[in-house]
Every structure is written in structure tokens, then in C-alpha cells.
Design a binder for this molecule. Structure first.
Ligand code: ADP
Length: 257
């Protein structure tokens, strides 16, 4: 590919990581971490060894969603990932900072260097699918991260309030530059299901995600509703207990890629 091989970092020799899937978004707050978490939960339920690398250094949400807020330990061989209750391996900057309410005010190169270390120094072990919750946007930081990790495919998360076509266009161009396939789109906060009658309400108007996907020749992997129970599960560190099956088909598509 066109990815400059010299920039790619080698993972720890104890690791055997088969697929690396990066989850990106145009900006923060669209639910990229939510989708990363649910993807990992669905993949793990299929019986695959699953892990999450939280590369969203300035807005880490993985530890909270899974309730793994303890600090990471390390030995001379590397850093141990934090294991969730259903045995998903995770690593986030919040597991390393002494005080996880401290804001991360690092500059781009330090952020990218930290993500690279999560790849090189964490003892992930044997992993079928490693999901990477990327820094938001298509700027310098995500670009540098992409150049240092051997990403097999990209999933783009959008929400209906965004200029979806522009974001998808940028993500597709970034992926092309690095010769990484875009596996598909996930639309988050797509609709609301009425708790009384079950009717789907298009809160932000009719979804354009299918048209945009067609325009760029990529798949829609799934659509997630706005669900207050989902937000609560995340806040309580109970995302693994949440029964939402919106991404089951999506992970099955990844399986055959
Ligand atoms: P990002 O990673 O894109 O910054 P998050 O995944 O952290 O966004 O989501 C932002 C906030 O919105 C979080 O508080 C999360 O719990 C909430 N949220 C995300 N998706 C949904 C959804 N489908 N239904 C309800 N709340 C959601």
C-alpha cells in the first residue's frame, strides 16, 4: 500500500492481534465511543477475543462505559490491559493518569506518541478484533495515529445533525491516502422509538445516510436510536449488560471481511 512502512510501529512480541478496526467520526460527541463499545460487545458475544484501544486521549470514555476505572499495572515486559467483566481487554489514558479528572492538555505529537505506546507496550495477548476508538476528526492527530498502527479497516460514525456527506468524504479521502478500506457507516442517534406506541420518530428529519453511503460506494453497517437506557448503561459502567442488537449484523459483516 501507500502507507509509509517506516512509520508503522511493531506491536509487542507477546501480542498476536489479527484485525485492527478503527472507529472515526467528524467531531466529538456523535457517539464514536458508544459505537466502538457496542461493536466490541457484539463481537465479544460472538465468541471472538476482543479488545479496545482508547485512542481518544483528550476525551476518553471507554473506562467509564465498561466500569474499568482502576489503574493499570505493568512489569518489565509491558503494561497489562484492564479486563472488563466479559473479558474484553481495554487500555485508556484514564487508566494511567493518577487523577482521571485531570484534563489532558498534551499537544498532538505527545497524544499520537501515547496511542503508539498503547500499541507497542500493552500486553494485549491473543486478540481476534482490536477496536480503536480514534481521536475525533480527520486532522493531524488521527492521521499520525493511522500512520503508526496497522489498521485493517475504518468504520465511520455519523449523526443526523452533521453534514454527513462532507464528513464521509473526508474520512474516505483519509482512508484512500493510507490505503485502508472503509468498512462502512454507522448512523448514531438516528431516530427515537416512542416508548408508548413503538413508532420510530425521525427526530432530526429523514436520514440521509443511505444516500451518502451510495454516493461513496460504501455500506451502511447500522443505525442506532437515541436511547436513554443506553446512555444510563454507559454512565453506570454497564454497557456489557445492555441488550441492544443494532450492531449484530454489522459485526457479522466484519467477520467475513
Ligand atoms: P464521542 O465518542 O463521539 O465523543 P460518545 O460516544 O462519548 O461520543 O457519546 C457522547 C454522549 O452521548 C455520551 O454521554 C453517550 O452516553 C451519549 N450517547 C451516545 N450515543 C447515544 C445513543 N444512541 N443514545 C443515547 N445516548 C447516547
Amino acid at each position: 500500500g501507500s502507507q509509509p512502512q517506516s512509520l508503522l510501529a511493531e506491536t509487542n512480541s507477546f501480542n498476536d492481534i489479527k484485525k485492527v478496526i478503527a472507529v472515526v467520526s467528524g467531531k466529538g460527541g456523535v457517539g464514536k465511543s458508544m459505537v466502538t463499545s457496542l461493536m466490541a460487545v457484539s463481537m465479544n458475544r460472538l465468541g471472538y477475543k476482543t479488545a479496545i484501544l482508547d485512542a481518544d486521549i483528550t476525551g476518553p470514555s471507554i473506562p467509564k462505559a465498561f466500569g474499568v476505572t482502576e489503574k493499570a499495572s505493568a512489569n518489565e515486559l509491558g503494561i497489562f490491559p484492564l479486563r472488563t467483566k466479559t473479558d474484553i481487554g481495554t487500555m485508556s489514558v484514564n487508566n494511567l493518569l493518577e487523577n482521571d479528572t485531570d484534563p489532558v492538555i498534551w499537544r498532538g505529537p505527545v497524544i499520537a506518541g501515547t496511542v503508539k505506546q498503547f500499541w507497542t507496550d500493552v500486553l494485549w495477548g491473543e486478540v481476534d478484533y482490536l477496536f480503536v476508538d480514534m481521536p475525533p476528526g480527520t486532522g493531524d492527530v488521527p492521521l499520525t495515529v493511522f500512520q503508526s498502527l496497522p489498521v485493517d479497516g475504518i468504520i465511520v460514525v455519523t449523526s443526523p445533525q452533521e453534514l454527513v456527506s462532507m464528513i464521509v468524504g473526508k474520512a474516505v479521502r483519509m482512508a484512500e491516502m493510507m490505503d485502508i478500506p472503509v468498512l462502512g457507516l454507522v448512523e448514531n442517534m438516528s431516530y427515537l422509538t416512542c416508548p408508548d406506541c413503538g413508532k420510530e420518530i425521525d427526530v432530526f428529519g429523514k436520514s440521509t445516510v443511505a444516500d451518502v453511503a451510495k454516493e461513496y460506494g460504501i455500506d451502511v453497517l447500522g443505525r442506532l436510536p437515541i436511547d436513554p437506557k443506553l446512555a444510563t448503561a454507559c454512565d453506570n459502567g454497564e454497557i456489557e449488560d445492555f441488550e441492544g442488537h443494532w450492531l449484530d449484523d454489522a459485526v457479522k459483516k466484519l467477520e467475513v471481511e
